[in-house]
Design a protein around this ligand. Sequence first.
Ligand code: MSP
Length: 648
Amino acid sequence: MTAKERFYVTTPIYYPSDNLHIGHAYTTTVADSLARWHRFAGREVYFVTGSDEHGQKIQRAAEAKGITPKEYVDVIVASFKHLWEKLNIRYDDFVRTTDERHHKAVQAVFQKIYDKGDIYKSAYEGWYCTPCETFWLENRLVEGKCPDCNRPVEWVKEESYFFRLSKYADRLLQYINEHPEFIQPETRRNEMVNFIKSGLEDLCVSRTTFDWGIPVPVDEGHVVYVWFDALTNYLTALGYPEPNELLEKWWPADLHLVGKEIMRFHTIVWPIMLMALDLPLPKTVFGHGWLLFDSEKMSKSKGNVVDPLVLIDEFGVDPIRYFLMREISFGQDGNFSRRALIERTNADLANDLGNLLNRTLSMLNRYYDGRVPEPTAAPTPVDQDLIAYASGLGQKVDALVQELKINEALASIWRLVGKANKYVDERAPWNLAKLESKDELGTVMYNLLETLRIVGLLVKSFIPETGAKIWAQLGLEDLDQKTLADTAWGLLKPGTQTRKGDPIFPRIEVEKEEAQPVQQEQPKGEQPKAEQPQAGSPEGVLISIDDFMKCELVVAEVLEAAPIKGADHLLKLQVDVGDEKRQIVAGIALHYKPEELVGKRIIVVKNLKPAKLRGEVSQGMLLAASTPDGRLELVSVSAAIPPGARVK
Ligand code: MSP
């Protein structure tokens, strides 16, 4: 791969008829991750998104609110940009179809095709689906409704301009045959080929019954059909129609990423527009699947949408980004559920990745004061296995990303995380620390830290905040300047001072009411890795003193206590555990008033993995016992025992 390779990626431009939901966020998150990855892999990238602001649907929505269409879309487009910022989407251009530059581009496209004789005037009479802004032939309707969204269609009769799609059908079929990479995945290619073979009708490309659109250049009484207008955005972003460097450099686009329901526009109408303009066709149009809720497409009209902003506020941005790309097999439909999101986050992010970082840096603090040691021992076969997998992983992920196998790319990174966790157990640094020679301990710690450095680099395109957190805790710098070449093994410098911080993903506690079986079925393909329930130690099973000593029980003084809004049984405590202040969330609200607790000296488990309950981090657990009638009493000691005293 040369550094000069280029990647121009686009998302659909979304309708600002309403706020975006997690389904829209899905496409854009994938596009952003691809853009970030290709940059990281040394390619030049151009990433464009935008808003599709014209058409009857928007005009009607604005009328219903008693404001102008422009006033209406301005507010919603601002909310799009806000969402992209929250999701850490870094686009290079945002095309609004109300931009002046876009008007020029659309009028130029229309004029050129008209001058060529491929647009002609006639009369349209037929069905129209306004929510989809799509014309339908009678025989394509399903029970008289739109076959895409199942909503009622309207009979439209007006004088219109038509685009000669039929003229180009054979040429398009030939192109698709000769370029198997053009329409992906293959199932969609077959659908499109069948659609074309069943006969293409010329497309109506102007409307007269409303005026919220770009005027047809040859006939001002008409506005350009909204899809003809919208598809042109991919050229607007390159300064079309003026011959210029952007157009030279970036056209044809490498990838139009779209949902499967708008493949027809992108693989039939758009390529034919480009053929009529004598421009090359995009290299790939990929039609991904839908995010389903209750096995139905998530959509505003069905009232089953999930607001990404609410999820981001509750869980943070990276769990959402990770879930979307890891859980859904790219190209297929997949279910969204809160339960699956929590399980995926706990299993992959908190337990596997977060815990690996945390335990490695804890051991490094204990054995080497947080400083990266020199790997002086000769590698054992177990070491070699880890090193071999980590060394080849950058190239492997790159290949998977280029094949658009996003979920597989993430799975291959998590295989390394899994291997590293297993490596800790197998190499047991706590035993090596007892040996006189510290060579092996140093090598094992180095290998773990180097693995984490590589993982940080590999994940940063998909979950940027996490990459940055790993990097910071490893005490490394200049993450933005790092490239795929930096994933080579052995670049971590011995002597680096790490900076262990808080766990990067506190476990999200699934409270009883949330843990009820949810109606969503699991997506097809790989099942999310469910956490094994933490069974209590069965009675009668004896544990060793070492087992008991693993549990760090200390005295803590309650400094503050407060209720948690919306969680009747929980209290949030601030406690002094001797060397620091901690927050503990406990299910004791039905047994204690907050003011009764302040000043109490209680016993807490200090080394419990942090968890999140109702959005609040809990860094420990307190001990309590119940009376026979179910009243809870906290285990406490007198004021003679200071906070931090070990209970043993
Ligand atoms: N404005 C047109 C696109 C014009 S592109 C030249 C449009 N807009 S839309 O607002 O309806 O967004 C459609 C896109 O949003 C889909 O193609 C898909 O990328 C995404 N999704 C909308 N709902 C979705 C799901 N439930 N699941 C996955 N993606 C979904 O169509």
